[in-house]
Design a protein around this ligand. Structure first.
Ligand SMILES: [Zn+2]
Ligand SMILES: [Zn+2]
Length: 367
C-alpha cells in the first residue's frame, strides 16, 4: 500500500512529503493508521544534525492512532483499537530485559542507531529508495508499522491528539517522578526547564503530593503554564538568581528532588547546587555525547543521589492506559501542552516553532 510520509533527506534540510510504500505487515507487528503525532525535541535534534541517523529518514515518535491491520501471530480482534505508540521495543529475553530494564535491551540498543524496524529491516520505500525509520516508529506518516507490544491499547474515548503526547514527553517527565523519584507527600521538588517533559514533571510532582513545586525557566509564558500545572513557585532564570531563590523558598535547605529537563550545561550544574544534602537529582535532558560538563565538587557531596534517566522508566502497557484514565477523570492536564494542530503538509512550520521555542507541542493531525 502507498501513503504519504514526511522525509528528511539530510540534516538541516526541510522535510518533504513523499509517497511511500510498505510491503505486508511482518509477523508480530501491526499497521497503525496515524491519528496524531507531536513534534518532540529529539526529532529536532536529528534535523539539526546533533543526533546522527542514516538518511533519508522519516522522523516522529510521539504518536497515537488506530490499528488497521495485524501481522500473523497478533490477535485479529485488535484491529480498530486506539493505541499510543511506544518507541522502546524490546526482546524480553536479554539480560537487560530480564532485569526489567527495557530501555537497555541488547537488541533495542543494537538496532536503534541503524533506524530500522525491530526485525532489522527498513520498512518504508519511495521512488528514490529505502527510507529509514526513527525510533522504530516513523510517525510523521499516514501509517506506521510497529511491533504489537509497542502499540498500547488505550480507552476508546481518549482523543488521539492528546493521547499522542503520552508517548514520549509526558511519560518521560511524569515517569521520572512516579517511577524513578522517591517524592512523597510533603516533599519539595524543583523542575528545571518547562517544555513538555518539565511541565509533565511539575504536574506529576503535584499529583505525588509535593507541597513545594518550584519551576525554573527562561520564558515567562512557560512559567505561567507551569503554575497552571501545579507549580507553587516560579523562578525566571533570566532575571532571578535561581540558587538564592531556591534557598529562600526552602529555608536554606535545598530541595528534596530536582528534575532536570532543560538539557544545558548550566542546568546540569544548577541541578546539583539546589539539591539538599541527601536529596535526589534526576537528569532527563541531554547534551552532545562528547560535550563535557564541569561541576563544583562540593555540590556533588553529602549523599546526593544523581541519576540519568530516559523515558521515565516507563512500562507503556501499564502507564499509557493509566495516564489516559487520569486525563479522562480530569486529574491529568494535557490540553495546555498543545500549542497548535497542523496537517502533515505544514510540518516544517511545527519544526520551526519548536526550534524557536514558540511551541510546547505542535501536533500533526491526520484525517
Ligand atoms: Zn521524544
Ligand atoms: Zn532485550
Amino acid at each position: 500500500m502507498a501513503f504519504r510520509a514526511a522525509v528528511l533527506a539530510a540534516p538541516h534540510e526541510k522535510l518533504t512529503i513523499e509517497s511511500v510504500e510498505i510491503e505486508e505487515v511482518p509477523p508480530g507487528s501491526v499497521l497503525v493508521r496515524m491519528g496524531a503525532a507531536a513534534i518532540c525535541h529529539t526529532d529536532l535534534e536529528v534535523i539539526n544534525g546533533q543526533l546522527r541517523y542514516p538518511m533519508p529518514i522519516t522522523l516522529g515518535h510521539e504518536a497515537a492512532g488506530t490499528i488497521a491491520e495485524v501481522g500473523t501471530g497478533v490477535d485479529p480482534s485488535r484491529v480498530g483499537e486506539k493505541v499510543v505508540l511506544s518507541w522502546n521495543p524490546h526482546c524480553g529475553t536479554c539480560p537487560a530485559c530480564e532485569r526489567g530494564e527495557a530501555i537497555l535491551c541488547d537488541r533495542y540498543l543494537e538496532l536503534g542507531p541503524k533506524a530500522v524496524d525491530f526485525t532489522g529491516h527498513t520498512r518504508l520505500r519511495s521512488a528514490s529508495g529505502d527510507i529509514h525509520s526513527m525510533f522504530f516508529t516513523a510517525a510523521f506518516a499516514e501509517y506506521a508499522v510497529v511491533t504489537a507490544g509497542c502499540a498500547v491499547t488505550v480507552p476508546a474515548e481518549m482523543p488521539l491528539d492528546r493521547a499522542c503526547l503520552l508517548g514520549c514527553g509526558v511519560v518521560t517527565g511524569h515517569g521520572a517522578v512516579t517511577n524513578v523519584s522517591t517524592i512523597r507527600p510533603g516533599d519539595s521538588a524543583l523542575v528545571l526547564g518547562c517544555g513538555a517533559v518539565g511541565l509533565a514533571a511539575v504536574q506529576a510532582a503535584r499529583l505525588a503530593g509535593a507541597t513545594t513545586v518550584i519551576a525554573v525557566d527562561r520564558d515567562a509564558p512557560r512559567l505561567q503554564l507551569a503554575t497552571g500545572f501545579g507549580a507553587t513557585h516560579t523562578v525566571d532564570a533570566r532575571r532571578d538568581d535561581e540558587l538564592a531563590a531556591t534557598r529562600e523558598i526552602t529555608g536554606g535547605r535545598g530541595v528534596d528532588c530536582v528534575i532536570e529537563a532543560a538539557g544545558s550545561e548550566s542546568a546540569f550544574r544548577l541541578s546539583v547546587e539546589v539539591c539538599r544534602a541527601g536529596g535526589e537529582v534526576i537528569w532527563l535532558g541531554k547534551l552532545g555525547v562528547d560535550d563535557a560538563v564541569t561541576f563544583r565538587w562540593g555540590a556533588l557531596m553529602q549523599e546526593k543521589r544523581i541519576r540519568r534517566n530516559s523515558y521515565g522508566n516507563a512500562r507503556p502497557s501499564r502507564d499509557f492506559p493509566d495516564l489516559c484514565r487520569q486525563y479522562l477523570d480530569g486529574r491529568l492536564l494535557l490540553d495546555p501542552l498543545i500549542t497548535a494542530r497542523i496537517p502533515l503538509e505544514r510540518i516544517n512550520e511545527g519544526v520551526d516553532a519548536l526550534r524557536e521555542k514558540r511551541a510546547i507541542r505542535t501536533v500533526v493531525v491526520f484525517d
